[in-house]
Design a protein around this ligand. Structure first.
Ligand SMILES: C[C@](O)(CO)[C@H](O)COP(=O)(O)OP(=O)(O)OC[C@H]1O[C@@H](n2ccc(N)nc2=O)[C@H](O)[C@@H]1O
Ligand SMILES: Nc1ncnc2c1ncn2[C@@H]1O[C@H](COP(=O)(O)OP(=O)(O)OP(=O)(O)O)[C@@H](O)[C@H]1O
Length: 294
C-alpha cells in the first residue's frame, strides 16, 4: 500500500502547435536548427502530484501503455530535479493522458515541463525559469517552450525564445492513424534543411510552412489523404514532425461543423490557440494555497 498523506494537486499539461516550422541548418551533433512559431492550445493532459518527505521515491501511479515508468518523461523530470537540487523529498504522480502520442503536439515534453514546474513549487526549490529550461532541454527540445509558458518564435533547437503574439484562432486538430517518430523524420536524407533565416520576428504565418510536411506526405499516404480533405475547408498544416494536422477557424462553431463532417475513424479535437499556457496561471494559484511548512 502507498502511504499518501499529502493532497494531490492538479496541473494542466497543454499541447503546442508549430504554426510554422522552418529548418535552417544542422548542428555538428546532428540536431537541426529551427525557426518555429509555438502557440499553446487550451487542451491537454492533466497531471496530479502529491509530495512526501518520508521517502525520496518517485512513484508514477498511472503508467502509460507502451512507455515504461523508467522511460516516462514525467519520472525522468522529477529525478533530474531531485538530483540537481539534492532534494530528499519524493512524489506520487498520476496522469490523465488525453493528447495523442507521437502526434507533433509535444505531449511528452509538456508532461516533463509540468512536472519540473510543479515540483519546483511543491518542493519549494525556487529555481528560476532559466534554470528549469536548461534542465528541461536535456529531456527534449520542446521542453523549454512549455517551461517558458508564452507563445514564442523559437530558434536554435527550440530553446532561444522571442515573445510573439499570434492571433488566437480556433483549431480543428486531426490525427491520421499513423505514429511518426521525430527521429525518423529528422534523420531522413530527403528532409530539406536549408530554408533561409527570417529577417525579422514579425512574420506572416501564411507565407511560412512546415519543412517536414512534404516528406511526411510522401512517406505516409494517410497524412496526404487527410490534408487534401481538410484544405478544402480551411487553411491546414502539419504540426512538428506530424502526424497531427491543424485547421484554422475564426470561431469554435465553424471548427465543430467541419469536425462533424470528418471521414470516419479520424481522431480529432477542437481547441483554441492561446498565447499563455494555462499551466502558469494554475501554478500561481496553487503556490498561494501551499502551507509554508509543507
Ligand atoms: C519537431 C519538434 O516537436 C518541433 O517543435 C521538436 O523539434 C522535437 O522536439 P522533441 O520531440 O522534444 O525532440 P527530442 O526528443 O529532443 O529529439 C528527438 C530526436 O529528433 C532529432 N531532433 C530533434 C530536434 C531537433 N531540433 N533536431 C533533431 O534532429 C534528434 O535525432 C533527436 O534524437
Ligand atoms: N509522459 C509521456 N507522454 C508521452 N510520451 C512519452 C512520455 N514519456 C515518454 N514518452 C515517449 O515520447 C514519445 C513521443 O511522445 P510525444 O507525445 O511527446 O510525441 P510528439 O507529440 O510527437 O512530440 P514532439 O511534438 O515533441 O515531437 C512517445 O512515443 C513515448 O515513447
Amino acid at each position: 500500500m502507498n502511504n499518501i498523506s499529502q493532497p494531490f494537486y492538479t496541473f494542466p499539461s497543454p499541447a503546442k502547435l508549430n504554426l510554422f516550422l522552418h529548418i535552417v541548418g544542422r548542428r555538428e551533433d546532428g540536431y537541426h536548427e529551427l525557426e518555429t512559431l509555438f502557440q499553446f492550445l487550451d487542451y491537454g493532459d492533466l497531471i496530479e502530484i502529491s509530495t512526501t518527505t518520508s521517502s525520496n521515491e518517485i512513484n508514477l501511479l498511472t503508467p502509460i501503455a507502451g512507455v515504461s515508468n523508467h522511460d516516462n518523461l514525467m519520472v525522468k523530470a522529477a529525478i533530474l530535479l531531485q538530483n540537481y537540487t539534492n532534494c530528499s523529498a519524493g512524489a506520487y504522480l498520476k496522469i490523465k493522458k488525453i493528447l495523442p502520442m507521437g502526434g507533433g503536439l509535444g505531449g511528452g515534453s509538456s508532461n516533463a515541463a509540468t512536472v519540473l514546474l510543479a515540483l519546483n513549487v511543491l518542493w519549494k526549490l525556487n529555481l528560476s525559469i532559466q534554470t528549469l529550461s536548461k534542465l528541461g532541454l536535456s529531456l527534449g527540445a520542446d521542453v523549454p517552450i512549455f517551461i517558458n509558458g508564452y507563445a514564442a518564435l523559437a530558434r536554435g533547437v527550440g530553446e532561444q525564445l522571442s515573445a510573439v503574439y499570434p492571433k488566437e484562432y480556433w483549431y480543428l486538430v486531426t490525427k491520421p492513424d499513423v505514429h511518426i517518430s521525430t527521429a525518423t523524420i529528422f534523420n531522413d536524407k530527403n528532409l530539406p534543411r536549408n530554408s533561409p533565416r527570417l529577417t525579422s520576428n514579425d512574420v506572416e504565418i501564411e507565407s511560412c510552412r512546415n519543412d517536414c510536411e512534404t516528406l511526411v506526405i510522401n512517406r505516409y499516404p494517410e497524412v496526404a489523404k487527410l490534408l487534401t480533405w481538410l484544405v478544402e475547408y480551411a487553411p491546414s498544416r502539419m504540426t512538428g514532425t506530424g502526424a497531427c494536422i491543424f485547421s484554422r477557424f475564426t470561431t469554435r462553431k465553424e471548427a465543430l461543423l467541419i469536425q462533424s463532417k470528418l471521414p470516419q475513424g479520424i481522431e480529432s479535437f477542437v481547441a483554441q490557440g492561446i498565447n499563455q499556457s494555462n499551466l502558469h496561471s494554475t501554478l500561481a494559484e496553487i503556490a498561494l494555497t501551499i502551507p509554508p511548512n509543507n
